[in-house]
Design a binder for this molecule. Structure first.
Ligand code: PLP
Length: 404
């Protein structure tokens, strides 16, 4: 049986007629950049997310870059973020000649560890970028408290978490000063190319985001500030308008898939419960935990599982085994920021990031997309179970992993 890590075709075919019509509507209009389609999309997303303003942009990376420009990040400013995320979170800070400052992450959620933030704050610190990794909210109460205490801005990287709710029910991205999302095709809400979105509840920031998206101009050809071309195109907006009403049901399907994985791993004796490891068993599997899950409100999007990540002691051997069995899997992420070649100039101490270093060695992403079948999920778990049973002689890959 073949189980791809992600297959976008079933989703396309389930909405083919509407999507094709939306694309044709844009072709007929020959209005490709911004315009009515984008205005409508922005209104619909602002309402859905519970934000006062939404501004469509060219990618998730540009959403972050634009957000930092709007809060006036200057050369030498420092911006704090987790060391464990997709490269864009840190790359945008360096592109403004500011300094990315890394914290370690929480061992259960892989999100920024609030305990690690305060010690990194200096006079130059201007902002914090919490990342809602894999579709689960960072611990926003603590982050907002620290930001208020030191007068810092908070830019939320919600690229993997559009529609994720924090424990109080608010959508992530609407809690800090500016929220950033990506519509890259592999995200929970993907479009037909690159696109992104920024949201804010602040009128002044919304104005800056809007004009900086078009080279800082207002009115046309009069430039108030220096911006860039961060425009979204109408084709992407039209596609997103068709897909948005389905987002919650897709997230629910991802959660059902995650629950089935958890149940099967526990039934096969490879785990006891989510977020817990069997300490004396080096062959156990650490299952992802939805920390804000509330038994009274199952339908809330506390975790939208952009990725389903398990942790194992013989990760690379398991990766080979899964690939040999035609099961798609990947590592998000093999190299934390502080270990990246391009960030060596920052002179960080590797020992300061034990949790992230560990996660880079033992985590593995399994297929979780909404249209996976029960048979496919069962096959994945059985294949892992087989591996575990026959892996006694395979040496542990890392000395310092989660079982210590
Ligand atoms: C995907 C992603 C981005 C970048 O989004 P693009 O649309 O690919 O530019 C930024 N941050 C995180 C955490 C992401 O997963």
């Amino acid at each position: 049986m073949k189980v791809p890590l992600l297959d976008l075709k079933p989703q396309y075919y389930s909405l083919k007629k509407e999507l094709d019509e939306a694309v044709l509507r844009v072709c007929e209009s020959q209005m490709f950049i911004l315009g009515k389609e984008v205005d409508e999309m922005e209104k619909e997303f602002a309402q859905y997310l519970g934000a006062k303003h939404a501004v469509g942009v060219s990618s998730g990376t540009d959403a972050l870059l634009l957000a930092l420009m709007a809060i006036d990040i200057k050369p030498e400013d420092e911006v704090i973020m987790p060391t464990y995320s997709f490269f864009a979170t840190a790359g945008v800070v360096s592109r403004l000649n500011a300094k990315p400052v890394f914290t370690d992450v929480d061992p259960v959620t892989f999100n920024i560890d609030p305990k690690d933030i305060e010690s990194k704050i200096t006079e130059k610190t201007k902002a914090i970028i919490p990342v809602h990794l894999y579709g689960q909210s960072a611990e926003m109460d603590s982050i907002m408290e620290i930001a208020a205490k030191y007068n810092l801005k908070v830019i939320e990287d919600g690229a993997q978490a559009i529609s994720t709710q924090y424990k109080d029910g608010r959508c992530v991205g609407t809690i800090g000063d500016i929220g950033c999302y990506s519509f890259f095709p592999s995200k929970n809400l993907g479009c037909f190319g690159d696109a992104g979105l920024v949201v804010t509840n602040d009128d002044e920031l919304a104005y800056k985001l809007k004009i900086m998206r078009v080279h800082g101009m207002d009115p046309k050809y009069y430039h108030k500030v220096i911006g860039g071309n961060f425009r979204i195109d109408a084709l992407q907006a039209a596609v997103l308008r068709i897909k948005l009403p389905h987002l919650d049901s897709w997230s629910e399907k991802r959660r059902i898939n995650a629950d089935l994985y958890n149940k099967l791993f526990i039934e096969r004796g490879l785990a006891e419960e989510t977020g817990k490891i069997i300490f004396d068993d080096k062959n156990s599997v650490l299952l992802p935990k939805a920390v804000y899950k509330d038994s009274k409100s199952e339908l809330k999007n506390y975790h939208i599982f952009n990725q389903y990540i398990i942790r194992v002691q013989k990760r690379n051997s398991l990766l080979d085994h899964l690939r040999k069995n035609d099961i798609g899997c990947d590592i998000y992420y093999p190299v934390p920021f502080h270990r990246q070649e391009c960030f060596q100039y920052l002179d960080n101490n590797d020992q300061d990031y034990p949790v992230s270093n560990c996660a880079a060695n033992d985590s593995i992403a399994l297929p979780i997309f909404p249209e996976l079948t029960e048979e496919q999920i069962t096959f994945v778990v059985d294949t892992i179970s087989d591996f575990v049973k026959n892996s006694e002689n395979i040496p542990l890959e890392c000395e310092n992993c989660f079982c210590k």
